[in-house]
Ligand binder design. Sequence first.
Ligand SMILES: [Zn+2]
Length: 1158
Amino acid sequence: MAEQEASGLQVLLHTLQSSSDKKSILTILKVLGDLLSVGTDRRIHYMISKGGSEALLQTLVDTARTASPDYDILLPLFRLLAKVGLRDKKIGRKALELEALDVTLILARKNLSHGQNLLHCLWALRVFASSVSMGAMLGINGAMELLFKVITPYTQKRTQTIRAATEVLAVLLKSKSNGRRAVNRGYVTSLLWLHQDWHSRDTANTYVQIRRGLLLCLKHISALRSGREAFLAAQGMEILFSTTQNCLDDKSMEPVISVVLQILRQCYPKSPLPLVTASSAYAFPVPGHIATEPPCDLPEGKIKDLEDDGDDEVDKDSDTEDGKVEDDDLETDVNKLTSKPGLDRPEEELMQYEAMCLELSYSFEELESKPGGDLNSEKTQYANHHHILTAASSKQHCYNKDQSSCGQEREDSVRSSLLCMVKTQRSTVHLGSKRKPGVNPYQNVQSNSLGRDSSGSEIPDIQASLKADAWDIDAIFCPRMSASFSNSTRTGEAVEVIDKLLQTHLKCVPFHDPYLYMAKARRTSSVVDFKMVAFPDVWGHCPPSTTQPMLERKCGVQRIRIFEDIRRLIQPSDVINKVVFSLDEPWPLQDNASNCLQFFSKFESGNLRKAIQVREFEYDLLVNVDVNSTQHQQWFYFKVSGMQAAVPYHFNIINCEKPNSQFNYGMQPTLYSVKEALLGRPTWIRTGYEICYYKNHYRQSTTAAGGASGKCYYTLTFAVTFPHNEDVCYLAYHYPYTYTALMTHLDILEKSVNLKEVYFRQDVLCQTLGGNPCPLVTITAMPESNSDEHLEQFRHRPYQVITARVHPGESNASWVMKGTLEFLVSSDPVARLLRENFIFKIIPMLNPDGVINGNHRCSLSGEDLNRQWLSPSAHLQPTIYHAKGLLYHLSSIGRSPVVFCDFHGHSQKKNVFLYGCSIKETLWQAACTVGTSTILEDVNYRTLPKILDKLAPAFTMSSCSFLVEKSRASTARVVVWREMGVSRSYTMESSYCGCNQGPYQGLQFGTRELEEMGAMFCLGLLILELKSASCSHQLLARAATLLSAEEEALDQHLQRKYIKRVIKVLKMRTSWKGTLFFSCPWTSEIQVLQALNSETYTLSLPGLSSLWSWTENYTISFFSSQAFGLFLSPVTGFPGSLPCRQPVMRHLSLQNHGSQFP
Ligand SMILES: [Zn+2]
């Protein structure tokens, strides 16, 4: 604003205050009004800064205090004040100081019967009351009584004034003292009556804003405990519920309904969960721990404990996904970031791990004894898996006694190796046909193939099989039961029936064997000694032929479910409330004849604790908390039977714990139907609709929370339409993968490998607390012979260490691991190269006990094992203790892994991504620059995620983070990085849901996509090696040949630039034997770069004009091959989040070792 104008404004304001001439005051008010009616808010702010508010208030007071106030002046003044006051945060205080607050209230009182004058006073009062303390002041001065006189009784005269009065009242009631005053004067009842009057008479919804204003008054009052009590006593729940039922779909009523929901949720009486105890239904005596009696929930008389005064959560379909790192959790202690702690145990102890690294000492004498002999001719029963099933290859791999039928498929699969599936190949995605929510995903197949298997031949009536009296379809008896059921013929018969079913119906599932599974299950030990195994685990799972899209969320789903919850409270007459399953009560609870579903969960990874039938087709479910714990409810897995087909059943899991879930963003739970399996479709599919996840009215009582304020619970609700009548189905949070499945899988893998080529060894890392062996797998290539040279090469292969499933609820991590393992032993040429160049040490399940007993987060000691890496105990956390020991051992013999990666599942984000560790990025993020310039840090930790970003369809660099958080100090990733000095130490997170980028955008993960990720991770390790300076000539040459060969087979239309670039550079690097040295006597900033790039580069330069460097951050290009000059410019920021530096031009010396340089 120009200076001239500014001084003009000041003159105007000054004249306004000092003038007593009506005509000039009116002129000034008009000028000010015109001035503010155009332009932006900046004008108003400017006027406020020049004392505009004070000038207006002073004029108001002066005018109002005359014997007969002049409303010709007052009305435009009020209008200006209402406008300016909206932008002036201090308007209330200014009004109080200048006594304009009192004056306005007096004027309002005088004008109760004069609509226009009153309305203007109310506008001013609304802005004066915008601060809570001014609102309280107005309340003391009787403003609420005044407003109540304006709004009662109901009338449709003066609606503008009534609207303004309700709005002022709502603002006043934000003050707690006003709220209490309102309760004491019985305003809650009056407001409810008014609400009803308006509701019944404003049938055209003309006065929605008045109705919303009244409800906002109620909402603010019910933020107080006494307000809620008054509201409930006045039948508020019933009144608001019934008045809104007939207008839920009316868009114009939206402002009213959203406030009604907020009030109803706020006032819904809080109650404890319907459980006898907050602790787990399963207890495990941890050795050396004194069992403490867990605090009990007291179901009655504790409601007051559960109330909190500040629950003002806004009801809104939340659409922000969280997952941000809190900056104050960043580790900013440079010392902690850079120092390396000493051993956490006596050094002698590390000796024991030599036994787990037999590959370093084994002499392979048998190789000599049978030169060229076929060692494995009898052992290749399973050896026909060329590579894993991936999304790109829909071929079914079979393992069967009848191998001949698989022959052709094997031939086909040889042609498509992993390289054909890199990210850019979109055509590989099998997109499921978009189906409408609520439509049964099985329906298509059901209608045309019921009673037939996939090949079309008649199969015996499934119904008859299911009804077979000898076989209890409830679950398959585990053979271990034979002993305890020896006096019963039932088990014997059951096994026989299973046998028969397997012979008749079994569809071959790759890398699965039901008989072996049952045998393995016998050795799996669980806390309560499970007697059953779940059908899907025995029978196996084949990924569906199509990838399922994310569920589109219907508008208002959450609202409908919340109203349903409220309906239960106020219309309890049709609520059944019958417990139909409970781990806490004597079995059986239900007679099978009754018309309700039957539930069961006493099997491996199962964790349903209680099921309550609410209505005929609606059930409340509670999942068991982790053993020896009172929390971590998220994972679920249970069996349900006795259903009718084509009827929507609603399931509400009411004791979820996380504040948000991917169930609000397109994720569906998984379902396995036994009948479908017997029809030849043994498949876990995503299912369910009307899915939402929201905070409910259950609270942990303060007693159970140990005096702390009780935490909230969340409901996951979904509807399922089952594919068959009288089926047996299993529902789970995510595709289950049990410990027994792993043990079965490892045995099959071991049998599948070509012993001439693959060195595959299973060791036991340790026994778990629960008495289960924790497997450690070693995979590498067999040495070519037992000559010294070959043994030398074999023993000097660098290590790669991969772990998974430390969190038992993250079954997605196991599917990724399955993909990794199957790929690594496969005959894929990439896998062969990897085996020949690395030794893989893999711990596929760090927490077997947690997986077995249906935990989500913890081990049997009730601890999160991924928070125990700093100082694990051999007794309490044996798997972590020994995993760390093994890594210590490798480090102590100078063989720390190239990469350490721990596979996890992520419940809040989509895609797959890595977490790594960087000192510099952490300090930069925390804006802590002290000493950063002196810290040398290799940025090689970014290379692998960047490679995966380009290769793996599910992977995204954009979610990766390399920040070191204090709260993560005791995780595998941070400890392996700090204590073992592994710079590429990662956590790999896979979404439970699916992808929102790349070729899989909009799709939910199936097991195939997860397994593919596991294989892609391996390919990433190979490319990482090819990019490293230490990569051998031999590997480069072989990789170049392999990649070139693949390139020819590729579809030219597919943009596979990345692989092409790799091939191009590989060719360069292998055909010329010169050596390029980087020498960078540069500034300190560049020294980091120098440390990175000072390795010797072997290059090929056949008449090139350009080549790429092997560091991701910089492009090196020859601008003149004669000049030996290099142009070095950053192509991305360094690293990531920092602004891009200026390009630097430097000469590098090139030493040509005698080769022909073009
Ligand atoms: Zn995890």
